[in-house]
Write a protein that binds this ligand. Sequence first.
Ligand SMILES: Nc1ncnc2c1ncn2[C@@H]1O[C@H](COP(=O)(O)OP(=O)(O)O)[C@@H](O)[C@H]1O
Ligand SMILES: [Mg+2]
Length: 235
Amino acid sequence: MLDVDAVHVHHGAIAALRGVSLNVREGEVLSIIGSNGAGKSTLLKAIAGLLPLSGGSIRYCGEALHDQPPHLRVRRGIALVPEGRGLFASLSVADNLRLGAYSRHNAAAVASDLEQVLSLLPRLRERLTQSAGTLSGGEQQMLAIGRALLARPRLLLLDEPSMGLAPRLVDDIFASIAEIARNGVSIVLVEQNARRAMSLSMRTCVLASGEVAMQGDSAQLRDDPAVAAAYLGGL
Ligand SMILES: Nc1ncnc2c1ncn2[C@@H]1O[C@H](COP(=O)(O)OP(=O)(O)O)[C@@H](O)[C@H]1O
Ligand SMILES: [Mg+2]
C-alpha cells in the first residue's frame, strides 16, 4: 500500500532521514521505534507531504506521492495525527472533529462517520460542546485521532499517541488503536512505548540516526537482546 524507497529528508543542513526504505501493507499496523531525534516524526511528515524529500520516493497504492500537496494526500486517504496533537484549543470538540472532514462534501456520510467515531471514542460524546483546550491530555489525544478518522483514512499515521498520558489512558488509547486497525485501516504507529507498540503490530521498524537499523517481525525483534537493551529497557 505504501512504499517508502531510499528517502532522504533534510532540515536545513541536518540530514534527518538518510536513505530510509520501508513498506506498509494493506490493513497492517507497522510500528516505528527509535530514540529521540532518530527521524520518526520527520518520516511521518514526509509521508503526509509536510516536508519535501531531498532524495528517494514514496508511492501509495501504486502512484508516486512526491508532487502531491498534503490536502490531496488527505483526500487519497492518508491522515496524520501529529506529535503535540495540533488541535484548535478555543474551538469546541465538535468543531475540531468537523475540521477533519473539511474536504468531504457528503454531509450524510460525514454524520454517520461522526457517529461511528463517537462510539469508538465515547469520552468525546459527553464533551462535544466543550472547547478542546479544556480537555485532559488523554481526551485531547482521542480528539486528535477522532478528527483524523473523520477524513476517512485508509492509512493513519500516529505520532506518539501515548505521550504524556497516565497509564490508564495509555491502555485506552492502545485499545482504540487496536479497534481502528480491526476496522481495516492501515496504521503507522510511532511510539516511545516500544513494547506496547510492538505487541499491537505484526512488524516493527527501528530507526536510528535517520536510517533503518532493523526491521522485521515484531515478536522476533522484541525477543532480540540488542533491541531489548537499546529500546525496551532490557529484557
Ligand atoms: N524543524 C526542524 N529544524 C531543524 N532540525 C529539525 C527539525 N525537526 C527535526 N529536526 C532534527 O531532525 C532530526 C530528526 O528529528 P525527528 O524526526 O523529530 O526525530 P524523532 O521524532 O525520532 O524524535 C533530529 O536531529 C532533529 O533535531
Ligand atoms: Mg518525534
